[in-house]
Design a protein around this ligand. Structure first.
Ligand SMILES: Cc1cc2nc3c(=O)[nH]c(=O)nc-3n(C[C@H](O)[C@H](O)[C@H](O)COP(=O)(O)OP(=O)(O)OC[C@H]3O[C@@H](n4cnc5c(N)ncnc54)[C@H](O)[C@@H]3O)c2cc1C
Length: 310
């Protein structure tokens, strides 16, 4: 296959934020061999590269990106059923499509992840999760390609080193996820589809869906005991794994609805930084900085970005 390398491609429309400049070079790939070819092209032309997938957890700089942007998209045969309880999928497969496709095969159990935008590769890299379950609960194996050595390796679930919004791949961006195996549970297709629809409706009700944002901008931080206690007594619920919601801290810091340019800390969900019009990456970064400084000053908690800042 000959790659279609394009020049000066606008990246903002390929992200949910709708922010950022152009890629100097750009290519769309859907298979392991195409990803390999794209990497070889970058090496041959002495260009750096970046991986973009669904674009739902990234902030692209206003000045765009040098080098080659390798966008992993869905191919024509990107998933198949693999044994009685398993499905396997190429990295570019859309998560919701995969949940629906598995349901058609009588497999489910992961419907609470329905509506998380983006690809299965992106979900594995960030251990995406919602309403309790995380993708780590279903992944059995991940095939990845080392962009430096060319090595291809299959990682077990344990080797993926999953934890809250973390995986081995987040710490090692030289490894590109190319294929994922998942184990699900037997499910009636109608029940599974209904559960997915209910999850998406709940997300819409909570303003978590169809927003020009990158999802939660910050990870929920581990907090000192007094802050955890404050959260638990105020909300009447246990803090999960000693973490408090970043959105709660942002609201308590008085920054709900705070704006920098066209970027706002959402009123409905303050941990979403939303592009309300023509926000720039500069606006988003400045707002994020204000939030980090204020939360640190008021609560002694250091917020860390969940979104990838390119
Ligand atoms: C409205 C909205 C709601 C959201 N809700 C949730 C939620 O409920 N829970 C949640 O966890 N997240 C949520 N997110 C964040 C986002 O959907 C997830 O992080 C998603 O898994 C990102 O996948 P992606 O394909 O879009 O990755 P991208 O945004 O394209 O990339 C994100 C990062 O992953 C890297 N990457 C992507 N693919 C690969 C690969 N194959 N190999 C190696 N690295 C790769 C990229 O280089 C980049 O660093 C939400 C986002 C939005 C916009």
């Amino acid at each position: 296959m000959t790659l279609d390398i394009r020049e000066n491609v606008a990246l903002a429309p390929l992200t949910t934020f709708g922010i950022g400049g152009s890629a100097k070079f750009f290519v769309e790939v859907s298979s392991e061999s195409e990803i390999s070819e794209a990497l070889a092209w970058a090496k041959e032309h002495r260009e750096t590269f970046r991986v973009l997938a669904g674009g739902s957890n990234v902030l692209i700089p206003d000045g765009g990106l040098e080098g080659l942007v390798i966008r992993i998209v869905e191919g024509s045969t990107s998933y198949i059923k693999d044994g009685p309880l398993c499905v396997e999928a190429d990295a570019g497969c859309n998560v919701l499509k995969l949940i629906r496709a598995a349901s058609e095969c009588g497999l489910g159990g992961w419907e609470k992840l329905a509506g998380i935008p983006g690809t299965i590769g992106g979900a594995v890299r960030g251990n995406a999760g919602a309403f309790g379950p995380e993708i780590k609960d279903f992944v059995t194996r991940v095939r990845a390609l080392n962009s430096q050595s060319g090595e291809v390796k299959e990682f077990s679930n344990v080797e993926c080193d999953f934890s809250y919004r973390h995986s081995f791949f987040k710490d090692h961006p030289e490894w590109i996820i190319v294929h994922v195996w998942l184990e699900l549970r037997p499910a009636d297709p109608q029940d599974s589809d209904r559960l997915s629809d209910e999850t998406i409706a709940e997300r819409e009700k909570r303003h978590l869906q169809n927003v020009r944002a990158a999802g939660s901008f910050f990870m929920n931080p581990s907090a000192p005991a007094n802050i955890v206690e404050m959260f638990e007594s105020e909300k009447g619920m246990k803090a999960r794994e000693g973490r408090v919601p970043a959105g709660w801290l942002i609201e308590k810091a008085g920054l709900k609805g705070h704006k920098v340019g066209d970027a706002i800390a959402s009123v409905q969900h303050p941990n979403y930084i939303v592009n309300t019009g023509c926000a720039t990456a500069h606006d988003v970064r400045n707002l994020a900085q204000v939030i980090k400084l204020e939360v640190s000053a008021q609560f002694g908690v250091e917020l860390q970005e969940e979104a990838a800042l390119f």
